[in-house]
Design a binder for this molecule. Structure first.
Ligand SMILES: [Zn+2]
Length: 307
């Protein structure tokens, strides 16, 4: 992973950061919003791309995460680099401090746009094989009617789905799970009932996959939409469930640690974005140095308000 000092050296001024971003954009390619053309001239005087087919102009930021943003390129590049340099996360307050920015809101917004791109990227992938499914209950804070009003804590139900294959050779450390984790998805549930769960499972999991769940009635009939479903009845012994569904429990507990420890009070509306970041990093946990490159591509190809 890039060291923090290297990040600040690399993007030490606006010009350097803008050029670095342009280099990424050129490499990734520009798609014309009018005709979908991919061949462009670069208009150096205007700092815009011009479609060779229809003449439509595309600004350097248009069609990327930076579209409609007034934040300097430098802030964006440093933010993307810092987010990919840590396994955990940065709070918006800490990011504001690192960037030496006067205002909190634009930093907060910038970080949420990056998290949206992470979610969009992971949504392209559907889980397959054996999959542990369970719900996690995350704490959220309601917006206060008055500053003096007490903070109301609410629970947000999150559906957690993770690829989990039985390991061919068990880990030397017997405390470690007997299963190997693959890709992870976490989805805030608007309707935590059977219909809601079936909807998310269809959206995020291949029909050929096999589900492993506890015996909750929410999960009955999953076998109708997946190739197979094993439901373990609750035994009254929670540690047993942790052994049968090890990775959902590990993922939930680690995500909660970050939500509570780094971001503190999260509002329900933004919970999915924080989970996007957690899953995105979990799913790329072996990439190390390459994480920044991948995140740049995700930010270049997915403008936060576009498709
Ligand atoms: Zn065009």
């Amino acid at each position: 992973m890039m060291k923090l000092s290297e990040i600040f050296k690399k993007y030490s001024n606006e010009q350097k950061s803008k050029l670095a971003f342009k280099k990424w954009r050129d490499k990734q390619g520009v798609i014309c919003k009018k005709c979908n053309g991919t061949d462009h001239y670069w208009k150096q005087d205007k700092w815009q791309y011009e479609c060779k087919k229809c003449g439509f102009r595309t600004t350097l930021r248009s069609g990327t995460v930076m579209e409609a943003s007034k934040m300097p390129y430098q802030s964006w590049m440093i933010a993307i680099a810092l987010i990919s340099a840590t396994k955990k996360s940065f709070s918006a307050l800490e990011m504001q401090r690192q960037l030496g920015h006067k205002r909190y809101e634009p930093i907060w917004l910038m970080m949420h746009k990056i998290r949206l791109c992470m979610g969009r990227r992971d949504d392209k992938y559907r889980l397959g094989g054996q999959i542990e499914i369970d719900e996690g209950f995350f704490e959220s804070h309601r917006i206060k009617a008055k500053e003096t009003a007490p903070t109301i804590k609410r629970q947000v139900t999150v559906l957690v789905m993770i690829e989990s294959e039985l390991a061919k050779t068990p880990h030397k450390n017997k405390c470690r799970p007997k299963r190997k984790a693959g890709h992870l998805k976490m989805q805030v549930m608007d309707k935590p009932n059977r219909e809601g769960i079936h909807y998310e499972v269809k959206k995020h999991i291949e029909p050929s996959a096999k589900a492993i769940t506890d015996g909750a009635t929410y999960y009955t009939k999953l076998e109708n939409i997946l190739a197979d479903h094993t439901a373990y009845p609750a035994s009254g012994d929670p540690s047993m469930m942790h052994k049968l569904l090890p990775w959902v429990h590990i993922a939930i507990s680690n995500a909660k640690k970050i939500c509570l420890g780094v971001h503190h009070s999260i509002k329900r509306t933004y919970m999915q974005n924080y989970l996007n970041e957690f899953c995105y990093k979990f799913n790329r946990r072996y990439l190390k140095d390459k994480l920044f490159d991948r995140l740049m591509v995700a930010c270049l190809t997915s403008s936060w308000h576009g498709a």
